[in-house]
Design a protein around this ligand. Structure first.
Ligand SMILES: Cc1ncc(COP(=O)(O)O)c(C=O)c1O
Length: 456
């Protein structure tokens, strides 16, 4: 009986894989159209065709909880969730109900709406040390606002960023320091300098090299590596000793490390902090928060030169703020962050078991906290490998899982997680064969490429 049951399950699996591997007819037509109409074929590089194996769905039309459906009607378990913005799950009831209630009241007026105060109170109530807030639409805008305030507050131009943290802004001051600096004047790039995470001496060296020139120090509190004891406090002290503003980018850590942010977890408070992504469960809301003394430069109740701080037509759209309020209320009333850790832990344990069974340890590894799991892929020589990343994602996709990372949402169920572990164990078995025979033998299309690269 058992053998019969197993082979039926296996047959089902093989048929399912054939379906997932079959021609993505609608997707393929749309891909061509998109590349003709949109540079790169998508409005966000991280979602582009060059970031996914060719079998991946080209376009997703619908999401519900942790599942998504593509234009060809195939269903997938999704990870990453809108570049980590959708923490609660797609089309999450309490959030879309709040948005739907706001829409008929109007979304944008000639004067502020009361919801702007309500949302400000809801956020500031959560964050230690944050006295004022300005809302905007994208994380990049919030970080740009922090940079501008730091420059105005100190009267300096240079910015020190943590070079081990991959992304802070779409603006020139940051992109100019990546491997894709096209269109950015050299003098702009020279204003940004880099230090190493968990290496206070590298930051001190920057201040020694550029005395009284650095306006602000920008970093995430943590990413794949946890801060060594005293590191964050030392960064803050070093910034202050040298007259600079300490800025923490909580775009990822905010509402994920802890409801009150990574600053609460590590017991350090930044002068300015930025939030986005998980703030409004996928709606476009980001926030710059911080000390009144600095934030108020964006207002007019002071004698200093004013700063044009984050003032845009759509900055305070009411339905976005309604989504943010509903999201924060849900976080406060339910164990969301605990749920993210628990789901991630179940996934990590399962994946670690499979990795150990296949003896893949040095070649495939998991990083970061359970609430934010990402994976690293290395070739047979132990070098970081885009080909093996592609192979792993390809084998997951044809088993119904889209996973640029293993970042979970509150909507991922234990069934989702267990199905993912099962799919990953088969995908990693192919990975193991790839290590022996070469990834190319098993790749069914082109390899993915890093977003930041100078040429195609
Ligand atoms: C740490 C961090 N900061 C800032 C940003 C920029 O946010 P956005 O893409 O919303 O502009 C990102 C985006 O991925 C990020 O990960």
């Amino acid at each position: 009986m058992r053998v019969v049951g197993q082979s039926a399950a296996q047959l089902f699996r093989e048929v399912q894989m054939l379906v997932y591997e079959s021609v993505n007819s609608q997707s393929d037509v749309m891909r061509e159209k998109a590349r003709h109409l949109i540079p790169g074929g998508s409005h966000t590089y991280a979602k582009g065709d060059d970031q996914y194996p060719e079998q991946a769905p080209g376009f997703l039309v619908r999401g519900e909880g942790s599942h998504v459906w593509d234009v060809d009607g195939k269903e997938y378990i999704e990870y990453g969730m809108g570049l980590r913005a959708v923490t609660l799950g797609h089309a999450f009831g309490p959030v879309i109900e709040a948005v739907a209630a706001q829409l008929p009241l109007g979304t944008n007026f000639t004067r502020p709406a009361p919801i702007e105060i309500e949302c400000a109170e809801e956020l500031l109530d959560l964050l230690p040390g944050a006295e004022m807030v300005k809302f905007c639409k994208d994380g990049s805008m919030a970080v740009d606002g922090a940079i501008k305030l730091a420059r105005a507050f100190t009267g300096r131009d240079m910015i020190a960023i943590c070079g081990d943290h991959p992304f802070f802004s779409t603006n020139d001051w940051f992109i100019g320091k990546t491997d894709m600096p096209g269109g950015i004047p050299g003098w702009v790039c020279q204003q940004t300098v880099k230090f190493r995470y968990n290496d206070i001496a590298s930051l001190e060296a920057l201040f020694d090299r550029h005395p009284r020139q650095i306006a602000g120090v920008v970093m995430e509190a943590a990413r794949t590596e946890e801060p060594r004891t005293g590191f964050l406090e030392n960064v803050k002290a070093c910034a202050h000793r040298n007259g600079a503003v300490f800025i923490l980018d909580e775009m990822i850590t905010g509402f994920r490390w802890h409801l009150r942010g990574a600053q609460y977890v590590y017991g350090v408070t930044a002068d300015l902090s930025t939030f986005g992504k998980a703030l409004a469960n996928g709606f476009s809301v980001s926030a710059l928060t911080g000390r009144r003394e600095i934030m108020r430069l964006g207002g007019w109740d002071h004698d200093r030169e004013r700063v044009f701080l984050l003032s845009t037509t759509h900055g305070a759209e009411t339905h976005g703020l309604a989504a943010a309020i509903a999201t924060m209320k849900f976080y406060k009333q339910h164990p969301v962050v605990e749920g993210l850790y628990a789901r991630g832990e179940r996934l990590r344990r399962g994946l670690q078991r499979v990795t150990a069974e296949l003896k893949l340890e040095p070649h495939f590894n998991l990083m970061s906290r359970d609430c934010n799991l990402i994976f690293g892929t290395r070739d047979s020589e132990g070098k970081p490998s885009q080909a093996f990343r592609t192979l792993f994602m390809q084998e997951l996709v044809i088993r119904g899982v889209i996973a640029p990372s293993f970042v979970v949402s509150y909507s991922h169920t234990e069934v989702d997680i267990d199905r993912t572990i099962e799919a990953a164990s088969e995908a990693l078995a192919v990975y193991r064969k790839g290590l022996e025979d070469g990834a190319e033998k098993y790749l069914k299309g082109q390899s993915v490429k890093p977003v930041f690269r100078r040429f195609a």
